[in-house]
Design a protein around this ligand. Structure first.
Ligand SMILES: [Zn+2]
Ligand SMILES: [Zn+2]
Ligand SMILES: [Zn+2]
Ligand SMILES: [Zn+2]
Length: 798
C-alpha cells in the first residue's frame, strides 16, 4: 500500500525490462536525481497514462447519485439487527456520496443520529440532528428528530434545552397541519413519556458530571531541549561519520520517561487492507468497513460521525474544522486525484502532500538554491537548505553560507521538526536499484502530468460548489520538472524514513467481558526528530500515538551517554535473525550489528524458545538442523525437522478452527477442540512455544465467557508465561496480557488478585503509553471500583 498497486508496478517493471540496454544504462548511471527524473519521465507514453487511468477508475472516489439510497437501506437492515456501529458507518458512506442540501444527505444524517443515539454518543447525535436540519430534513419527519433531540439533551443533563425542545415540538404539532399525516398518536405518547422522564430527572439530581475531555496534555517532557525541538533535555543529538546522526542520553533515563513528543510533519491515512471491488457482481458499492471510514483523514481521530468533502466521496473528517484545514492545506489539489493517488500508493501521496504543505514557492526556491550552490544534485548533507524557512533572505543578502556542524540544523545549531529537516533526510539515491528509481520517477511524472492538466482546465468532478473551483490551483508552476525532482527525492526518502502510525484495536466479544487487542496500522507519516533514532532489534524505547502525535518513551533504564534506539520494524521477538538482517539490508541498506543480532548470529542453531520443539519422550529441547535429536544425555530420540514442521502446520490449522468456533460463540466445542490441541502441542512443542500460548489464550477466553473465572485465570497465566518468554517481562505485549488477566480477576471478584494484577499491568503499560491510553484508563476505573467495594484498604498491601 506504500508502493503503487501491483498491476501498475508490474506494468512499469515490464516496461523497464523492455527498454533498450543503452537507455537502461543512461538511467542507471545518471548522477543526479534530476537526471534520473528527466530521463525516466521522457519515457512515459500516452498509452501508459491510459493504462494508469483505467486502474485509477477502479476506485470509487466520486459522488455516486444512486449510492445514498443503497447505503441508507443497507444501514437500516444493520440497524434492525442492532449493530449500530456498522449501521453508523453505512449511513456515513451514504452521506459521503450525497450532494449538500439534498434530501439524501439529510436523511442519511438523520438515520446516523439514531444509530449514534443507541450507542450513547449523544453529543455526536445532536450534531447530526443539526446537520440533518441544515441539509433540508423533510418537514413531515421533523417530530421524529425533535423527539430524539429532546432525549439526547436530557441524557446530557441539559434539561432547560430539553424542555424548550419539547414545548417547541408541542407547539409545532398543534399548529402545523402538515404534520397531520404523521402517526400522531405515537408522537403524543412519546412526548408524554419524555415529559415524565424530564420530570424524574429533575427530581433526582441537580448537577451533572461534565464529561472529561481527552486531551493531549498527558505527556510532559522533562524540560525543553534547546538543541532539539520536541525532545526532552535528557536527549542529545550527535553526529558520527559512520553512524550519521543519532541520539544519546545526556543523563540517566528511567523506564517510562517520555523522550520525544512530535507531531507528524505530514501524514496520510492508509486507506485499509481491502482491494478495490473491480469485478464485483453483487453490487457496485462497497459495504465493507475500512480505516478510511473510521478515522479522520486529517487528524486520525477515531469517529463514527464523519463529515465528507463536498467534492469527493473518499475524504472524510472528524469535524468541519478538519475538513476546512485539509482543504486549505492540500485537499483542494488532491480532491480530484483520489483514484490516481490510491493507485500510486501512500509514498507518492505523501511526497505530493509534503510539497503542497510547504508550498510550491518554497520548493522551487530550494531547487534553485540547490542549482546555484551545486552543479550536482541536491547534496545529501547540505547547509544551504537551512535558509528554507526563515534564513532565505539572509543568504541572498550575505551571499555566503554559514557552516553548520550537523545537517538539518539551523544557523544556531538547532534541529527542528520542519521542512528543512525533512528535506535533509537521506534519500539513499545510490542504494536504490535502477528499476526502483525508474518506477518512482514514472509515478511522480504521471502525477505531475495530471497536476499540469488540472491547472489548465476547470475541475470536472461535476461539482457545482464554488469552493471546488478553487481547485484550479494558480500556484501550480508550469515547471513541473522542479516539482517532480523534489517529489522523487521524498519518495525515495520514505523507504527508510516513513514511520507507521498505529493504534491498538480492541477486539473481543460484544459483551466485552474479556477483550483482546491488536496493533493496526492507521497511517504513514514523517517525523523529522524521530527519524534521527537509529535501529536496534531489541530497542530501549517504545512508541505510542495519540492522533498524529508520536511519543517515544524509554522502555528500560538508559545510562548517561548510551545511544537511544528504536525499532524500525524487525523486532527480535517477532522475527528470526536471518530474516531481520535481510529485511534491514534490503529496505534500510545497512547490516544490523545490534546486540540481539550479534548473540543470535553466534548461536544460529539455538532457536528461540517460542519456536522450539521438544522431545516426545522426555520433553527436553530438541537440537540440530535437518535432523533433530534430543538434547538430554542418554535419550536417543531423533526426528526429521520437516516431519515436526508439518505436524506444527496441522496443529495451527486445528487451532484456527477452534478460534473460529470461539468467535462464533460455540464455547463447548471450542473448549473441546482447544483441549485436544493443547494435548497434541504438549507432545512436541516447548512449553513456551507461541502456539501453546495461543491455545491457552483461547481456553482463557472460552472459560471467561462461560463464567468460570478461576479456570480462565489459570489458562491466561500460562499464556502470560509464553508472552513473557517471547517479548520480555516489561514489553507492551506483556502489558496487554496483564490487562486481560486483570479483567478476569475483576469479573470474578477476586479482589486482592485483581488489585495486584492491575498494578502490574499499569506499571508495564505506562512504560509504553501515556495516561490517556484506553487500557490504563480502564484499569484505573476497575481499581477505584474495587477499592469502593472493599471496606478495608487493600491498596497498601499490593
Ligand atoms: Zn480531524
Ligand atoms: Zn474531496
Ligand atoms: Zn539487529
Ligand atoms: Zn528426550
Amino acid at each position: 500500500m506504500d508502493l503503487p498497486v501491483a498491476e501498475w508496478k508490474s506494468y512499469l517493471l515490464q516496461k523497464w525490462s523492455l527498454l533498450p540496454k543503452s537507455i537502461q544504462v543512461t538511467v542507471s548511471t545518471a548522477e543526479t536525481l534530476s537526471d534520473v527524473f528527466l530521463h525516466s519521465s521522457s519515457l512515459l507514453q500516452p498509452e501508459d497514462e491510459i493504462f494508469l487511468k483505467r486502474l485509477s477508475q477502479g476506485y470509487s472516489v466520486g459522488k455516486d447519485s444512486g449510492a445514498p439510497l443503497f447505503y441508507r437501506e443497507e444501514g437500516n437492515k444493520t440497524f434492525q439487527e442492532k449493530d449500530y456501529t456498522v449501521a453508523a458507518v453505512l449511513y456515513s458512506k451514504g452521506v459521503s456520496h450525497s450532494r449538500p442540501n439534498t434530501e439524501d444527505m439529510s436523511l442519511c444524517y438523520a438515520n446516523r443520529s439514531a444509530a449514534l443515539f443507541h450507542l450513547g454518543q449523544y453529543e455526536m447525535c445532536l450534531k447530526d440532528i443539526i446537520r440533518a436540519q441544515t441539509h433540508g430534513y423533510p418537514e413531515r419527519l421533523q417530530p421524529k428528530i425533535m423527539l430524539r433531540k429532546a432525549e439526547c439533551l436530557m441524557a446530557l443533563g441539559r434539561l432547560q434545552e430539553a424542555r424548550q425542545t419539547i414545548s417547541d415540538l408541542e407547539r409545532n404539532f398543534t399548529a402545523s397541519p402538515t404534520l397531520a399525516d404523521f402517526p400522531s398518536q405515537s408522537v403524543q405518547r412519546n412526548l408524554h413519556l419524555l415529559k415524565m422522564k424530564a420530570q424524574d430527572k429533575e427530581n433526582l439530581t441537580e448537577t451533572f458530571p461534565v464529561a472529561l475531555a481527552k486531551t493531549l496534555e498527558g505527556v510532559d517532557l522533562r524540560e525543553e531541549n534547546k538543541q532539539l525541538s520536541n525532545a526532552s533535555s535528557s536527549v542529545g543529538l550527535c553526529m558520527d561519520p559512520l553512524k550519521g546522526r543519532y541520539l544519546v542520553a545526556t543523563r540517566e533515563i528511567l523506564p517510562g520517561e517520555p523522550l520525544v513528543k512530535e507531531d507528524a510533519f505530514v501524514s496520510v491515512l492508509n486507506p485499509g487492507e481491502l482491494p478495490p471491488l473491480h469485478h464485483s457482481l453483487e453490487s457496485k458499492w462497497d459495504t465493507r468497513v475500512t480505516n478510511g471510514d473510521l478515522y479522520c483523514h486529517r487528524c486520525l481521530k477515531h469517529t463514527l460521525a464523519t463529515v465528507p468533502c463536498d467534492g469527493c466521496s473518499y475524504a472524510k473528517y472528524c469535524s468541519q474544522e478538519c475538513l476546512q484545514q485539509a482543504w486549505k492545506l492540500y485537499h483542494r489539489i488532491e480532491c480530484p486525484l483520489g483514484g490516481l493517488l490510491l493507485t500510486l500508493g501512500v509514498f507518492c501521496h505523501i511526497a505530493l502532500r509534503l510539497t503542497l504543505l510547504v508550498g510550491f514557492q518554497d520548493v522551487s526556491k530550494i531547487r534553485k538554491l540547490c542549482d546555484e550552490f551545486s552543479n550536482k544534485d541536491i547534496p545529501e548533507s547540505s547547509n544551504w537548505v537551512k535558509t528554507l524557512n526563515s534564513g532565505l533572505g539572509e543568504i541572498e543578502k550575505n551571499g555566503k553560507i554559514v557552516e553548520t556542524p550537523i545537517p538539518g540544523c539551523d544557523v544556531n545549531g538547532k534541529y527542528e521538526s520542519n521542512y528543512q529537516a525533512v528535506f535533509n533526510l537521506l534519500p539513499h539515491t545510490e542504494n536504490h536499484s535502477p528499476e526502483h528509481k525508474f518506477l518512482c520517477a514514472l509515478c511522480v511524472s504521471a502525477l505531475c502530468r495530471q497536476l499540469e492538466a488540472a491547472s489548465f482546465q476547470p475541475v470536472t468532478t461535476g461539482a457545482s460548489s464554488s469552493q471546488l473551483k478553487a481547485a484550479v490551483a494558480p500556484e501550480l508552476c508550469p515547471d513541473m520538472t522542479v516539482w517532480g525532482v523534489v517529489m522523487l527525492r521524498h519518495m525515495l526518502q520514505l523507504q527508510c524514513n516513513a514511520q507507521a502510525i498505529t493504534t491498538i484495536l480492541h477486539t473481543g466479544s460484544k459483551e466485552g467481558i474479556v477483550t483482546g487487542s491488536r496493533q493496526v496500522r492507521l497511517a504513514t507519516g514523517i517525523f523529522p526528530v524521530i527519524s534521527l533514532l537509529n535501529h536496534s532489534c531489541s530497542p530501549n524505547t517504545s512508541v505510542s500515538f495519540v492522533s498524529t502525535v508520536a511519543t517515544i518513551r524509554a522502555s528500560q533504564r538508559i545510562g548517561k551517554g548510551q545511544e537511544i534506539l528504536h525499532c524500525y520494524g524487525p523486532h527480535k521477538s517477532r522475527i528470526g535473525v536471518a530474516e531481520r538482517q535481510q529485511k534491514l539490508r534490503s529496505q534500510y541498506f545497512f547490516d544490523c550489528t545490534c546486540p540481539a543480532c550479534q548473540t543470535e548470529t553466534r548461536c544460529m542453531a539455538a532457536r528461540p524458545r517460542w519456536e522450539a520443539f521438544c522431545c516426545n519422550s522426555c520433553r527436553a529441547p530438541m537440537q540440530g538442523d535437518d535432523v533433530l535429536s534430543c538434547g538430554r544425555r542418554g535419550c536417543a530420540e531423533s526426528v526429521r525437522r520437516d516431519h515436526l514442521t508439518s505436524r506444527l502446520q496441522d496443529l495451527r490449522q486445528q487451532v484456527g478452527m477452534a478460534q473460529k468456533l470461539l468467535s462464533d460463540g460455540k464455547l463447548e466445542p471450542a473448549i473441546q477442540q482447544l483441549s485436544w490441541c493443547q494435548h497434541d502441542a504438549g507432545s512436541f512443542l516447548s512449553a513456551e512455544h507461541a502456539v501453546l500460548g495461543e491455545i491457552e489464550d483461547g481456553l482463557a477466553q472460552a472459560c471467561a465467557a462461560l463464567g468460570d473465572w478461576q479456570k480462565s485465570a489459570t489458562h491466561l497465566q500460562n499464556s502470560l508465561r509464553v508472552v513473557e518468554a517471547r517479548h520480555g517481562p516489561s514489553s507492551v505485549e506483556m502489558g496487554h496480557e496483564l490487562f486481560k488477566l486483570a479483567q478476569i480477576f475483576f469479573n470474578g471478584f477476586a479482589v486482592p488478585e485483581a488489585l495486584s494484577t492491575i498494578q502490574k499491568a499499569e506499571e508495564v503499560l505506562s512504560l509504553h503509553c501515556g495516561p490517556w491510553d484506553d487500557e490504563i484508563q480502564e484499569l484505573q476505573k476497575m481499581k477505584s471500583c474495587l477499592l469502593d467495594l472493599t471496606p478495608t484498604p487493600v491498596g497498601s498491601s499490593v
